[in-house]
Ligand binder design. Structure first.
Ligand SMILES: *Cc1c(COP(=O)(O)O)cnc(C)c1O
Length: 386
């Protein structure tokens, strides 16, 4: 296998962990759509026994994902939530987790409505000030769970500072890096132990697969997670692995355009009289703009805006967009828009939403890679309905 340590991520998206298929020379790995593998004699096989345990198409995706983060190990899962669940299976009854307060809604639901029943305990803190961790860390804290930038308010967490505190307390750090992808942020470089992805979003990028991944440099964690991947069984099918591998090949090209469009739209929205506030880490007005510049290679394609209207006006605006699709999810080539309070963050209790600042006139935009002038024209005509 070629040495990949000096290759740029723009090359690794295409070549990382890949080599032509040995029998035919096929440049793309075949979709090994098989559940089981012939053995010559009992226990005598070519390294593949059953596809929950090992599948060659999945292995190609896992090697590629690991390369993007400069990681030694990668594991693919049936969804982002499946990957998160598998990480949480590292814990046992009585263990404690400290998590960022502004977290993906599905993660909060898993923690609060599923994992609490198994005797795990969770504390949520605003880690934009890492000192808030001091009071939250306990002797039984095993994991510090970080998301940066957060969803939907795009708050930034200082990964090096949080990791130093967590490690001093004997806890592992997981970073959900779904919003930036490895192209814009590589958390392992700041000491993070495991990086989590919903590959459904930017990595696959085409809104046609649900998938998840974990990458790590720790041999012991990898071995345990690999055991759990097989034991728990939340694995992706070969076709989905192949589609994701195909999507990743253009990750860098897509991310550059997502970001260029997002920057233009964030600036345009900030100057618009019907917009009260814009949240985008690339804007100098973002309270943590400097941390974003230091920690990230780019600012991503997500923009959140507080409109100068009430719930009714916001509903009118969201129904008036034509090019933007009103839909949950993010990170695809097409632009999406959504209402966090009613849609993605509806499972949060209203007082929690209010405390976080997720109000009735807040909208979240996943900026696609269309021509930015067409996107702005669409927002302009929709804002005129307010
Ligand atoms: C979508 C998402 C998840 C969950 O991933 P699925 O693939 O939908 O299961 C987790 N974290 C973040 C930040 C997400 O956006």
């Amino acid at each position: 296998m070629r040495d990949e340590t000096n290759l740029h991520i723009e090359t690794l998206t295409i070549h990382g962990g890949q080599s032509p298929e040995p029998t035919t020379g096929a440049v793309m790995p075949p979709i090994f759509q098989t559940s089981t593998y012939a053995q010559r004699a009992p226990g005598e096989h070519k390294g593949y026994e059953y596809s929950r345990t090992d599948n060659p198409t999945r292995h190609k995706l896992e090697a590629n994902l690991a390369s993007l983060d400069g990681a030694r190990y990668g594991l693919a899962f049936a969804s982002g939530m499946a990957a998160i669940t598998t990480i949480m299976m590292l814990l046992r009854e009585g263990d404690h987790v400290v998590a960022m307060d502004d977290l993906y809604g599905g993660t909060v639901r898993l923690f609060e409505q599923v994992l609490r029943q198994f005797g795990l305990d969770f504390t949520y803190v605003d880690m934009t000030n890492p000192d808030n961790l001091d009071a939250a860390l306990q002797p039984n804290t095993r994991i510090v769970w970080v998301e940066t930038p957060t969803n939907p308010l795009l708050k930034i967490v200082d990964l090096a500072a949080v990791t130093a505190k967590a490690h001093a307390a004997g806890a592992l750090v997981v970073c959900d890096n779904t919003f930036l992808s490895p192209y814009f942020q590589r958390p392992l470089e700041f000491g993070v132990d495991m990086v989590l992805y919903s590959t459904t979003k930017y990595l696959n990028g085409h809104s046609d697969v649900v998938g998840g991944a974990i990458v790590t440099n720790h041999e012991d964690l990898f071995q345990r997670l690999k055991f759990l991947q097989n034991a728990v069984g939340a694995v992706p099918g070969p076709m989905d692995c192949w589609l994701t591998l195909r999507g990743i090949k253009t990750l860098h090209v897509r991310m550059d355009r997502h970001q260029a469009n997002a920057m233009r739209i964030a600036e345009w929205l900030e100057a618009h009289p019907k917009v009260r506030r814009v949240y985008y880490p690339g804007l100098p007005s973002h309270p943590q703009h400097e941390l974003a510049v230091r920690q990230q290679r780019g600012f991503g394609g997500m923009v959140t805006a507080l409109l100068d209207t009430d719930l009714e006006g916001t509903r009118r605006f969201l129904s008036a967009v034509r090019l933007f699709t009103l839909a949950e999810s993010l990170g695809g080539v097409e632009s999406l828009i959504e209402h966090p309070a009613i849609m993605t963050h509806a499972s949060l209790p209203p007082e929690r939403r209010a405390a976080l600042g997720i109000g009735d006139s807040l909208v979240r935009l996943s900026i696609g890679i269309e021509h930015v002038d067409d996107l702005i024209a669409d927002l302009e005509q929709a804002l005129a309905t307010i």
